[in-house]
Ligand binder design. Structure first.
Ligand code: ADP
Length: 163
């Protein structure tokens, strides 16, 4: 079975992520979407459990996806899950620099792991979780940025914060 891991913060999941999942799931038998704790991004909007729950709802139309979370090293997770492929989405040059370094570092730790990059869909090249968080804070519409089923959750979060 060809199994791949798609790791990320997904805080929150966007339409850009969903596009990558849909395309990657057609390339592998099973795609494990995993929320990773990222110490560099400690200003999270949603807890890891909330992000997993939202990902499950937003990916329910994709048959061969499993959603989970992990707080350790990505290479350890891949070994645990018997998944030798890592899928990452690529937007602009800024993503490339970061992803390039990250892929080489992972390869250095485990030579059996391959990182596969999927180029962003031009409709979503400007979509990022941080942009969504910023727009949501100011009450902007999130249509076309996050899946419809997630939009209300983000609004609810902002409403509760304002109370
Ligand atoms: P991380 O904190 O690991 O960067 P993110 O949740 O921000 O996690 O992103 C997960 C992956 O999805 C990364 O590879 C990122 O480049 C990719 N990604 C994010 N937004 C988009 C988008 N709009 N189009 C394509 N790929 C994207």
């Amino acid at each position: 079975m060809r199994r791949a891991v798609c790791p990320g913060s997904f805080d929150p999941v966007t339409k850009g992520h969903i596009d990558i999942f849909e395309r990657a799931s057609a390339m592998f038998d099973e795609l494990i979407v995993s929320v990773f704790y990222n110490p560099g991004k400690d200003k999270a909007m949603f807890s890891m459990d909330e992000r997993v729950e939202m990902l499950k709802i937003a990916t329910s139309h994709i048959q061969n996806i499993r959603v989970t979370s992990f707080s350790g090293l990505l290479n350890e997770f891949c070994v645990q899950e018997k998944a030798p492929f890592i899928v990452r989405g690529l937007r602009a040059f800024t993503d490339f620099e970061y992803e390039f370094q990250r892929a080489l570092l992972i390869k250095k730790m485990d030579n059996n792991l391959e990182t596969v990059f999927i180029m962003t869909n031009s409709h979503y090249s400007f979509v990022s979780s941080s942009g969504v968080r910023e727009l949501a804070t100011f009450g902007a519409k999130l249509t076309n940025l996050v899946p419809e089923c997630i939009e209300e959750r983000v609004r609810e979060y902002v409403r509760q914060k304002a109370d």
